[in-house]
Design a protein around this ligand. Structure first.
Ligand code: UDP
Length: 331
C-alpha cells in the first residue's frame, strides 16, 4: 500500500513542524506549503517536501493541490498573535479569513477528503464557565479568534454542501519542544510567555513584562492551559482517524490552569535562577482565564497527553533553547 499523503500549510512553523514530525514518524508522505515568513526552512525535517509559497497566491496553492490525490490537508499557516490582531484587525480578518476560505474552496474543488484546521481557545473571549467545553458559546476575544471562527463556519458548509470532513482543533496554549530535540519554538519577534521567560532567566533579555496583575484570578495574573506541542501533534493524528466516523471539533488542553506567575516560578525552578520581571499593563484581547475541557477528544479518540505536567513542558522548551540559543539561526 502506498503511504498516505498530506499537505501541511504552515508546516515550517511551530505547531505545524511538530505535526510534520508525527506524520513522518508513522511513514506518511508530507508536503509542506509555507512562505517561510514565520516558518523556518530548518524546521522542515528531512523526509518532508517543501513548497515555498504563499496562501495569498491562488495559483501557487492551486499548483500544489494539483499534485494530489491527498489523504488530507492540515491548515496551520496564519497570522497568530492575539495582541497584534487587536492592532491590525482587518489585516487578520482579511488574511487569515480570506486565505483560509480560498484554501478550503480549493480543497473542495480538488476532492480533498479531510481538512484539519488549527483553531484557537481565543474563540472564547469571555467564557462564563471554566473549564471550557466545545459547546461553550463562541464569542471571539480578538480579530484573530474571529478569523478562526470564520474558517470553522466555512468548514461546516464545506461539509454540508460538499461532504468534506473536517476537524476543528482549538488549541489552548501550545508550549514546549520536540522531546527528541529536533524542533522548538522560534517566533520572530517572540511574544509568548514561556520562551520569553526562559530567555530572561538565561540573561538573554533584561526582563519579562507581566501583562496585568489586576485580573480576577487568585494571584491577579492571567491563567492559561499549557499543552505540549508534541501532544498537540498527536491529537491531530487521533482527530484525523476519527474523521471516518464524521467531522469533529475538539478543545485541546490539559484541563489545568496555570497563572503567569506560576509559569514564571516554574521557569525559574527549571533554569535554576529566577526570571527577572517587571509588572506592566494588561495586553489587549487577553481573557483572564482560559482552561480547556478536553473530555471529548479523550473520550472519542485514543489521545493521551504525555507531557501534561507544566514542569515537563517547560523542561523541553528550556532544553531546546539551551541547545539552540539562536533558534533556527538565520534561516
Ligand atoms: N504574557 C505576559 N508577558 C509576556 C507574554 C505573555 O504576561 O511577555 C501573558 C499573556 O498576557 C497571557 C499569557 O502570558 O496571559 C500567555 O500569553 P502567550 O502570548 O504566551 O499566549 P496566548 O495566551 O496569547 O496564546
Amino acid at each position: 500500500m502506498s503511504p498516505r499523503r498530506f499537505l501541511v500549510t504552515g508546516g515550517a512553523g511551530y505547531v505545524g513542524s511538530h505535526l510534520v514530525a508525527a506524520l513522518l514518524a508513522r511513514g506518511d508522505a508530507v508536503v509542506v506549503f509555507d512562505n517561510l515568513r514565520q516558518g523556518h526552512r530548518a524546521a522542515v525535517l528531512p523526509g518532508a517536501a517543501l513548497i515555498e509559497g504563499d496562501l495569498a497566491d491562488a495559483g501557487a496553492i492551486e499548483a500544489a493541490l494539483a499534485t494530489g490525490p491527498w489523504d488530507g490537508v492540515f491548515h496551520f499557516a496564519a497570522l497568530s498573535l492575539v495582541g497584534d490582531s487587536m492592532a491590525q484587525p482587518f489585516r487578520y480578518l482579511a488574511e487569515n479569513g480570506g486565505n483560509g476560505l480560498r484554501l478550503i474552496e480549493a480543497c473542495v474543488r480538488h476532492g480533498v477528503p479531510r481538512f484539519v484546521l488549527s483553531s484557537t481557545a481565543n474563540l472564547f473571549g469571555a467564557p462564563a464557565v471554566i473549564p471550557i467545553g466545545e459547546d461553550a458559546p463562541v464569542d471571539p476575544g480578538s480579530p484573530y479568534g474571529e478569523s478562526k471562527h470564520m474558517l470553522e463556519r466555512a468548514l461546516v458548509w464545506a461539509e454540508r454542501i460538499h461532504g468534506m470532513r473536517y476537524a476543528a482543533l482549538r488549541y489552548f496554549n501550545a508550549a514546549g519542544a520536540d522531546p527528541d530535540g529536533r524542533l522548538g519554538e522560534d517566533h520572530r519577534p517572540e511574544t509568548h510567555l514561556i520562551p520569553l521567560a526562559i530567555d530572561a532567566a538565561l540573561g538573554r533579555r533584561a526582563e519579562l513584562t507581566v501583562f496585568g496583575t489586576d485580573y480576577p484570578t487568585a494571584d491577579g495574573t492571567c491563567v492559561r492551559d499549557y499543552v505540549h506541542v508534541t501532544d498537540l501533534a498527536e491529537a491531530h493524528l487521533h482527530a484525523l482517524a476519527r474523521l471516518d466516523a464524521g467531522s469533529v471539533t475538539y478543545n485541546l488542553g490539559n484541563g489545568a490552569g496555570h497563572s503567569v506567575r506560576a509559569v514564571i516560578d516554574t521557569v525559574g525552578a527549571v533554569a535554576g535562577r529566577p526570571v527577572p520581571v517587571r509588572f506592566g499593563a494588561r495586553r489587549a484581547g487577553d481573557p483572564p482565564v482560559l482552561v480547556a475541557a478536553s473530555a471529548r477528544i479523550l473520550r472519542e479518540t485514543g489521545w493521551q497527553p504525555r507531557f501534561a505536567d507544566l514542569r515537563r513542558i517547560i523542561e523541553t522548551a528550556y532544553a531546546w533553547r539551551l541547545a539552540h540559543p539562536e533558534g533556527y539561526g538565520a534561516a
